[in-house]
Design a protein around this ligand. Structure first.
Ligand SMILES: N[C@@H](CCC(=O)N[C@@H](CS)C(=O)NCC(=O)O)C(=O)O
Length: 264
C-alpha cells in the first residue's frame, strides 16, 4: 500500500492527500513531527536529504516534491483524471504549478511563521544557542535564512511584506483565470486547482480572506473546492482545532499591519 510521510496541516502534504482521496486510492500515513524536528533526524534525512515532507513510498518507489507526486499519482492511477486531455491544457497546469515552487510556497511559509508560529518557536528554543542549533539543522541556506528572519523579526521584516505582496499578486492571477471559468484550466478540476487550494486555505486560517473579498471568481472557486471529496477527506479531516485557532488569533492581531502592506 502507498505510504505518505506527512504532517496534518502541511500545505504540501494537503495537495497529495487531496489527490489520493479524490481518486479513492488506499494509503497510509507515516507521521513526521515537524515541530519536534523529526524531519532533521538522521533516519528521516536518509529518506529525504532535503529534510522536508511529503515523500510518497509506492511499494518501495520513493517519489519526492508535492506537485510532482500529484502528477505521478494521476499518471499511475488514471481513474478520475486530474489532468486535461490536451497538450496545451497540461502545459497550462504545469505552468500554474511551477509558480507554487518558485514563489507561493515560500511566501505562504514566511507569512505563517511570521504571523503564527514564530513566537512558539522562540519560546521552545529559548536561548540564542538553542535557536541557532534549530536553524543550523536546516540543510538549505535559503530556507534557513528566511526562517531566521521571520522567526526572530516577525511581521516587521521586509521578507514578510514582499511575501504578502506576492500573495496578493497570486490572488490576482487566480481571479483572472476564475472570473470567467469554474476551474483554473480547461474548466475542469485539475492539479492546478489542487496545488493552489492549500495556500488559499492557509490564508483563511490566518484570517486573511479579506485579501479576496473583492474577487468573486476566487470566492466562488473556493466554495466549489470545499465541496470536493479531496478537500473534505484530504484537508478538512486533518485540521487541528487548536492550531487553526492559534493561526486565526495571530492573524487577527496582524490584520492592520498586513492591510497597510497591501494598501487595503
Ligand atoms: N517543494 C517542496 C516543499 C516541501 C516543504 O517545504 N514542506 C514543508 C511542509 S509544507 C516542510 O517539510 N517543512 C519542514 C521544515 O522546513 O522544517 C514540495 O513541494 O514538496
Amino acid at each position: 500500500m502507498i505510504k505518505l510521510y506527512q504532517a496534518g496541516m502541511s500545505t504540501c502534504v494537503q495537495k497529495v492527500r487531496f489527490v489520493l482521496e479524490q481518486k479513492g486510492i488506499p494509503w497510509e500515513g507515516i507521521a513526521v513531527d515537524l515541530h519536534g524536528g523529526e524531519n532533521y533526524s538522521p533516519e528521516y534525512m536518509k529518506i529525504n536529504p532535503k529534510a522536508i515532507i511529503p515523500v510518497l513510498d509506492d511499494d518501495g518507489d520513493m517519489v519526492f516534491e508535492s506537485g510532482n507526486i500529484c502528477l505521478y499519482l494521476d499518471e499511475k492511477y488514471p481513474d478520475t483524471p486530474l489532468m486535461p486531455s490536451d497538450f496545451k491544457g497540461r502545459a497550462d497546469v504545469r505552468a500554474f504549478a511551477q509558480l507554487i515552487d518558485e514563489q507561493v510556497h515560500t511566501d505562504t511559509s514566511a507569512c505563517t511563521y511570521a504571523i503564527a508560529f514564530g513566537s512558539a518557536i522562540r519560546a521552545k528554543y529559548d536561548t540564542p544557542e538553542k535557536l541557532e542549533a534549530y536553524l543550523m539543522a536546516m540543510p538549505d541556506y535559503g530556507r534557513r535564512y528566511l526562517k531566521r528572519q521571520v522567526i526572530t523579526k516577525g511581521i516587521e521584516c521586509a521578507e514578510v511584506e514582499i511575501a504578502v505582496r506576492h500573495l496578493g499578486a497570486m490572488l490576482e492571477r487566480l481571479e483572472d483565470a476564475l472570473n470567467s471559468a469554474d476551474y483554473l484550466v480547461g474548466n475542469q478540476l485539475s492539479i492546478a486547482d489542487i496545488v493552489y487550494l492549500p495556500y488559499v486555505v492557509r490564508l483563511t486560517h490566518l484570517n486573511m480572506d479579506y485579501m479576496w473579498n473583492n474577487k468573486p471568481g476566487v470566492t466562488a472557486w473556493f466554495e466549489r473546492m470545499k465541496q470536493t471529496k479531496g478537500y473534505k477527506q484530504g484537508l478538512e479531516a486533518f485540521f487541528v482545532p487548536e492550531v487553526v485557532a492559534r493561526m486565526g488569533d495571530s492573524g487577527t492581531k496582524a490584520e492592520s499591519a498586513i492591510r497597510r502592506m497591501l494598501s487595503i
